[in-house]
Design a protein around this ligand. Structure first.
Ligand SMILES: Nc1ncnc2c1ncn2[C@@H]1O[C@H](COP(=O)(O)OP(=O)(O)OP(=O)(O)O)[C@@H](O)[C@H]1O
Ligand SMILES: [Mg+2]
Length: 276
């Protein structure tokens, strides 16, 4: 079985993506300006100047912008309570965006439900409660494919190729797995819809540095297949190392934006957010 995520650099097999449903390959999308991570209105996915909060409560996001292109890794960092998870929920349709817009391939999806966004190729792994602990690993993957009516076996095997330990533990309750393995289940579940955009909220929370490196390697593999990754990370330095774009959010607004390398080199970002 060939694995589209395997680390054979330059692999452009997009079999896990929905290119047919999405109206052609991502190449059909108009060429995207690579703007050093700055606001990119033509981006594949963009949450553009989003303002909003929970219910009728005060605004948490204040003109926040996040964008990502196919095959890119965009990383959102910032202090606790900055609104990183809120911004992810806004992009995924779980928050009322009072002004601004979310666009996918140029289409305004601001008012679509999360389910409708999944059908359009988006997948989201929330920060907490992102697996069914009493179900087996394989049942979790099956649940991830609930919207699909085609054969999901090949995608399950691709997830096991990406995360071999999950194949070994396929009949075990997901709740019995280690923290890192649970995160693999959550990412695997999200991949079951064959997304074009994978949104991850702190995928390495609570795992050891070795497991974190391993997870980042797998995320890079997924990006190499052409999937866009929009990811919140607490391990800011390590995450920015692998980021094509980086966003520093503070109090619901963009404080710094640039390539991962630009942010890592920025004295203000280093001093305030990376521990010097
Ligand atoms: N469901 C909710 N209802 C109301 N307010 C919320 C809700 N979730 C978060 N908030 C508030 O929104 C603000 C931003 O929280 P958010 O969880 O987005 O921050 P974060 O950057 O993801 O933080 P962390 O690094 O701790 O994950 C906080 O003031 C928080 O109290
Ligand atoms: Mg959060």
């Amino acid at each position: 079985m060939t694995n589209p995520y395997q680390d054979n650099r330059g692999n452009k097999d997009r079999s896990i993506t929905k290119s047919s449903q999405m109206g052609g390959s991502v190449d059909a999308v108009r060429p995207l300006r690579k703007s050093g991570g700055h606001v990119d209105e033509a981006a594949f996915l963009i949450g553009d100047t989003m303002t909003g909060g929970y219910g009728t409560g005060a605004d948490i996001l204040h003109g926040c912008t996040l964008a990502v292109n196919p095959g890119e890794i965009a990383v959102i960092v910032g202090p606790n309570g900055a609104g990183k998870s809120t911004a992810m929920k806004a992009v995924f349709g779980m928050l009322n965006v009072r002004s601004g817009a979310v666009r996918l391939k140029g289409e305004d999806i601001t008012h679509l439900s999360p389910q409708a966004r999944v059908a359009k190729g988006m997948a989201f792994v929330p920060q907490t409660h992102n697996i069914f602990t009493s179900m087996s690993v394989e049942e979790n993957l099956e649940m991830g494919a609930f919207l699909r009516r085609d054969d999901i076996r090949k995608t399950i095997d691709q997830v096991y190729d990406l995360f071999p330990i999950l194949g070994d533990k396929r009949y075990q309750a997901a709740g019995e797995l280690s923290g890192g393995q649970r995160q693999q289940v959550a990412v695997g579940r999200a991949l079951m819809t064959k997304p074009e955009v994978l949104m991850l909220d702190e995928p390495t929370a609570g795992v050891s540095p070795i497991v974190m490196d391993e997870l980042f390697d797998r995320i890079i593999e997924v990006a190499r297949t052409g999937i866009s990754i929009l990811m919140v990370e607490q391990n800011a330095r390590q995450a920015l190392e692998i980021a094509d774009r980086g966003y520093v959010l503070v109090q619901g607004a963009n404080a710094f934006t640039g390539t991962g390398q630009e942010l890592l080199a920025d004295p203000d970002v280093r001093k305030s957010f990376l521990g010097g």
